[in-house]
Design a protein around this ligand. Structure first.
Ligand code: PLP
Length: 392
């Protein structure tokens, strides 16, 4: 059914959503979040009220940065980082092809050119060894991603950026609460962005957060998210081209409670990851994710990989067989450089980033969320082993 590396598997998940026994992702909303949202609904301030700065302060305190700016999605956050950094047409931004499309879209939306560097096969993040040869006079920033929550290599990426006097814009959308050698995700870049979509560690329904220690960049983002208004100016005074990328107080109230639960959330997810690791420990046909040296991972997803001897077609039929069993799995991530509109515009082809492609063709994202039960993990593993047995 699957002829090429594509997103059809995900479409299939949505089609079969109704009969899924174990979902890929589920939000974890308690009475506390519900009460917080209701109390905003009873207040006069549904937007631009007190919950926005409260959420921002809580996020800045938790991550350990001076400023946080709440926006309506991770994608808007990344786009505002591009604009605030002055990235525009003719500029180049170095990034990874093994990521969610938003990482690259924000570069394109700014009119700049994404320059891909293949990944490190050990931890799936951009390979620092490949960055320097891609730096040109046009390079304006490096945009690394903490893929699946792992900040591996981020120290090395920052060293290279510093040597070349380039800002790092950190796509931390998958990594709230992760650390590398004690240093938190979201503190490596000049600016960093977290996502708050329902499958992330914390959610506001839709939403995102920009973090930085630079007041001027934070103030520019605040103006850009609010129709280009200035701090001092009135409602109808616009000092620059802006957007409506605001996050409402309803969303922020939810975010404040979610963030206050981050340690509990991290612990639950790390327990679920441990169950998978234990049950799949002797499974030779899979590469089971583990924490790279120095990393304390706040788990975002749990993506196992088939070993090299499996083909893309085999992986896709395994995904299909899992879906048929009512277990929602996915193919995180198809390579960005092979997405149809990227191929049309930039002419990339299969073989351009071989490590990304080899990894990407073999991923199986397994059901993963805060309240996943041990029995569910056991059932997922049992079905996966059964399907693998039929394959070989
Ligand atoms: C989730 C995510 C984003 C942002 O997604 P939104 O849906 O716009 O919040 C950006 N980059 C990566 C790597 C992500 O996983």
């Amino acid at each position: 059914m699957y002829t090429s590396q594509c997103v059809k598997c995900v479409d299939l998940c949505f089609l079969k959503n109704g009969i899924m026994k174990i979902h890929l992702s589920r939000p974890d909303i308690t009475e506390k979040e519900i009460e917080a949202v209701c109390s905003v609904l009873r207040s006069p301030n549904l937007s631009l009220g007190p919950k926005v700065p409260e959420f921002e302060q809580a996020a800045a305190d938790y991550v350990g940065r001076k400023r946080a700016v709440a926006v309506n999605s991770g994608t808007s956050g990344l786009y505002l980082c591009m604009l605030a950094s002055g990235i525009a047409e003719g500029d180049e931004v170095i990034t990874t092809p093994f990521t969610f499309i938003a990482t690259v879209n924000c570069i394109l939306m700014a009119g700049a050119t994404p320059i891909f560097v293949d990944i490190d096969p050990d931890n799936l993040n951009i390979d620092p060894a490949g960055i320097e040869k891609k730096i040109t006079k046009k390079t304006k920033a490096i945009l690394p991603v903490e893929v699946f929550g792992s900040p591996a290599n981020f120290d090395k990426v920052c060293q290279i950026a510093q040597k070349h006097n380039l800002p790092v814009i950190e796509d931390s959308c998958e990594a709230l609460g992760s650390r590398l050698n004690g240093k938190k995700a979201g503190t490596f870049g000049k600016m960093s962005v977290f996502g708050c979509y329902p499958n992330k560690q914390i959610t506001t329904g839709e939403g995102g957060l920009i973090l930085t220690d630079d007041d001027s960049l934070a103030d520019t983002c605040i103006s850009l998210r609010n129709q280009g208004r200035s701090k001092q100016g009135g409602w109808l005074a616009h000092e620059r081209l802006g957007f409506n990328f605001r996050l409402s107080d309803i969303n922020c109230a939810m975010g404040i409670v979610q963030l206050s639960r981050i340690e509990e959330i991290k612990a639950k997810r790390s327990q679920a990851a441990k169950w998978y690791q234990e049950i799949l420990a002797d499974e030779k046909r899979l590469v089971v994710p583990a924490e790279p040296a120095g990393c304390d991972i706040s788990w975002f997803v749990f993506v196992a990989r088939l070993t090299e001897k499996y083909t893309l077609q085999q992986r896709n039929s395994i995904l299909e067989a899992m879906l048929a069993e009512g277990i929602q799995v996915s193919n995180y991530f198809p390579p960005v450089h092979l997405q149809p509109f990227i191929v049309d515009k930039w002419g990339y082809k299969k073989g351009d980033f071989p490590i990304t492609e080899a990894v990407s063709e073999r991923t199986i994202a397994l059901p993963f969320y805060n309240n996943l039960k041990k029995d569910d993990v056991a059932e997922v593993c049992k079905q996966l082993k059964k399907i693998l047995n039929k394959q070989s």
